[in-house]
Design a protein around this ligand. Structure first.
Ligand code: PMP
Length: 398
C-alpha cells in the first residue's frame, strides 16, 4: 500500500505528533501532556464583538478572497507589536501573516530545504517543527540544550565541521519542551555565528510575551544586521489558538518569496479572521489581556515547582522556567519515560505527560518528559505530581 503515497508521508512526519498523545485518561484524569492555553482565559465576548463589527463594517466584501499576505493595516500593527515587544525594526512589508506559527515553519522549510540539506536543531526541540521540516527530508544535527539555551561550543564545532549548514531552528523564549530561555549573551553570539558561517536562524517565539518572572530579553532578531534571522510568532498562546494566526518578520526579499509559497499552499489566511483580529486589537489592549493571564499561569508554575521540590527523588532533575507552558524533567538514564507512561502513569495513576523521545530529531533519548502546567489548576497539579513522583520512585527501585 505504501507505494501509492509520496515518500514524505511514508517518512513518518505524522508519527512524531501522533506519538505525543498517549492513551485515554477518562473523565477525571490529569493531563500534563497538553500544550494548550487555558480556555477559561479566552476573551470570548470581546472577540464576538470584533467579529460582528468586522462583518457590519465590510458586509459581503469580507467574505471575498483577500490579499495573500494579510491586510496591510494588521501587518502595520504587527510591525509595531514586533517593535514594542521584541525590539525589532520592521514595516508592513517585512510581515507575512500565516495560518498559525505552524504554517510559517512549514513555509520556511519549503523555502530553504532541499532533500539532504543540513539543519541544526536543539536537543530536545519542538516536535511540530521537526514534523514540518521532515517533509523536506533534511539532515539534522543535534546540539544540546543547557540551562541558558543551546550549547554554543558544541554548535560552533558542528558549524566548523559542516560548512553547508543552512538553518538553525531555535525557540529562545520559554522553550518547548524544556521551558529554558536563551541568555542575552548567547542571543548576540548566535547572530555573530550566523554571519560568520552564513546560515539562517529561525527564531520561533510563541511564548515570548508569557513571562511570569525575571527580566525581559531582546529578541535574537533585534541583533540581526544582514537578514540572517527569520522571526516567527503567533496569537495561539497569547490570545486563542483557534484563530490560526501567526506571522513571520523577515527581510522583504524573503517575505516576497514566502508569499509565493503561501499562495500555492492556501491562497490566504481567512480575511474574516484577520479583520476581526484587527478590530479586536483596535478596541482592546492586547497587552492588558496578556497581563491578566500572567497571574494564573505564574501560580500554576509556582505550584508545580513547589510540589516537584517536595516530592521528587534527588536523582530526578527538572528545569525552573520563568515563563511559557512547560517544565522538562530528566529521569535517571535507565528509565524509559514512554514505558513509565504507558505501563504505570496512564493505566494506574491516570495522569499523562509527553515522553521526551519525540522531541529529539534522532529519537535517541528516552529519559526526559515534558510537563505542561498552564492547563491544570493548582489542586490537580499537587495531586498529579505527587502520584508521578511515587511512580517514578517505584520505577527507580524496580
Ligand atoms: N512553535 C512552538 C514552539 C509551539 O509550541 C507551537 C504550538 N505548540 C507552534 C510553534 C505552533 O503554534 P500555532 O501554529 O498554533 O501558532
Amino acid at each position: 500500500m505504501n507505494e501509492v503515497f509520496a515518500d514524505r508521508v511514508v517518512m513518518g512526519s505524522e508519527d512524531r505528533l501522533a506519538e505525543m498523545f498517549g492513551g485515554s485518561l477518562g473523565e477525571d484524569g490529569i493531563k500534563f501532556s497538553a500544550g494548550n492555553p487555558n480556555a477559561e482565559l479566552f476573551p470570548i465576548m470581546q472577540m464576538k464583538k470584533a467579529f460582528n463589527k468586522a462583518i457590519e463594517k465590510s458586509g459581503s466584501q469580507i467574505f471575498e478572497y483577500q490579499t495573500v499576505s494579510g491586510f496591510e493595516n494588521l501587518r502595520r500593527r504587527l510591525a509595531q507589536w514586533a517593535g514594542q515587544t521584541a525590539d525589532i525594526k520592521a514595516v508592513a512589508d517585512n510581515i507575512l501573516i500565516t495560518q498559525g506559527g505552524q504554517q510559517a515553519l512549514d513555509l520556511i522549510g519549503k523555502l530553504l530545504l532541499n532533500a539532504g540539506d543540513e539543519v541544526v536543531v536543539e536537543a530536545p526541540t519542538y516536535v511540530g517543527a521537526l514534523s514540518a521540516f521532515d517533509q523536506y527530508d533534511p539532515y539534522y544535527y543535534d546540539v544540546a540544550m543547557e540551562d541558558d539555551g543551546i550549547n554554543l561550543e558544541q554548535l560552533e564545532s558542528v558549524l566548523q565541521a559542516h560548512p553547508n549548514i543552512k538553518l538553525l531552528y531555535t525557540v529562545p523564549d520559554f522553550h518547548n519542551p524544556t521551558g529554558v530561555t536563551l541568555s542575552l549573551n548567547k542571543r548576540k553570539k548566535l547572530v555573530e555565528l550566523a554571519e560568520k558561517y552564513d546560515f539562517f536562524i529561525l527564531e520561533d517565539t510563541p511564548y515570548r510575551d508569557l513571562r511570569y518572572k525575571g527580566t525581559k530579553l531582546p529578541s535574537i532578531k533585534s541583533f540581526d544586521r544582514h537578514g540572517h534571522v527569520l522571526f516567527v510568532s503567533s496569537f495561539s498562546k497569547i490570545l486563542m489558538p483557534g484563530l490560526r494566526v501567526g506571522w513571520v518578520v523577515a527581510d522583504k526579499e524573503i517575505i516576497d518569496r514566502l508569499r509565493k509559497l503561501k499562495t500555492s499552499s492556501d491562497l490566504e489566511t481567512p480575511g474574516i479572521v484577520l479583520a476581526a483580529l484587527d478590530q479586536y486589537m483596535e478596541d482592546n489592549d492586547l497587552r492588558k489581556h496578556i497581563e491578566g493571564m500572567l497571574q494564573t499561569y505564574r501560580s500554576r508554575l509556582d505550584a508545580m515547582l513547589a510540589v516537584l521540590d517536595e516530592t521528587m527523588p534527588a536523582d530526578v532533575h527538572y528545569t525552573r522556567p520563568e515563563g511559557g507552558f512547560f517544565i522538562w524533567l530528566t529521569l535517571p538514564e535507565i528509565i524509559d519515560a514512554q514505558k513509565l507512561l504507558s505501563e504505570i502513569c496512564i493505566p494506574k495513576d491516570r495522569i499523562s505527560f509527553v515522553p521526551g523521545k519525540v522531541f529529539y530529531a534522532h529519537r535517541n533519548k528516552k529519559n526526559g518528559m515534558r510537563l505542561n502546567f498552564s492547563g491544570v489548576n493548582e489542586e490537580r497539579i499537587n495531586v498529579g505530581i505527587t502520584k508521578l513522583a511515587k511512580s517514578i520512585r517505584t520505577a527507580i527501585k524496580a
